[in-house]
Write a protein that binds this ligand. Sequence first.
Ligand code: ADP
Ligand code: MG
Length: 240
Amino acid sequence: MINFEKVNKYFGDFHVLKDINLTINKGEVVVVIGPSGSGKSTLLRCINRLETISNGMLTVNNLSVADKKTDINKLRTEIGMVFQHFHLYPHKTVLENITLAPMKVLGQSEEEAKQIARKYLDKVGISEKADSYPAQLSGGQQQRVAIARGLAMNPEIMLFDEPTSALDPEMIGEVLDVMKALALEGMTMVVVTHEMGFAKEVADRIVFMDQGQILEEAIPAEFYENPKEERAQLFLSRIL
Ligand code: ADP
Ligand code: MG
């Protein structure tokens, strides 16, 4: 579903992604970990072309992301993204935040969009907050709204960039639970997170990045019990 083939990315002279080879199949949950600055966010952002790759081949559903002929807006409707900081519109209600894109981009009627939004709010467990404003919600609730907003576009892929790292510890679980449920339903997910419990339970694969390279790819049990790369061992010893 997502395929990186010898992908490189530069910011000016800075080589941020180095010869990335990575395949993510439909229904897989891949967790990306690695030190700060290793290129995890950039890797994720290339998938929906929030960043452009410098060379190599990156395809989503067999469509080249960099190709000018690829309808990037259509591609983006198939990819939901959840960020560390929720990026909700502060002056819109929860319901308005969720219905905006489906109405604008998918052409849904307000009625239809609201009905779908309520379905997903229910799914993330905060249907009673539909008419609240983001500032009236806790961080964990805001992040669940952000997830519902992504899901309302009916994407095939969900990207999560450190979705719990801005949250107070007591709210991390509620967001991870929503993500786990999504994974169990078969959503294709790429998740940048250092939450080891989540990774062990849900991930099909761990991808360890350092200095712009993928140094190790393994199933969670293998990676956490017996990391092969020295830099992965060092990294784990620091976060555990
Ligand atoms: P991570 O998510 O693993 O912390 P990032 O992908 O955010 O890493 O960043 C990787 C490196 O690229 C960092 O050194 C960062 O400073 C740099 N970088 C990220 N975005 C830009 C940008 N827009 N321009 C220049 N450098 C950037
Ligand atoms: Mg990052």
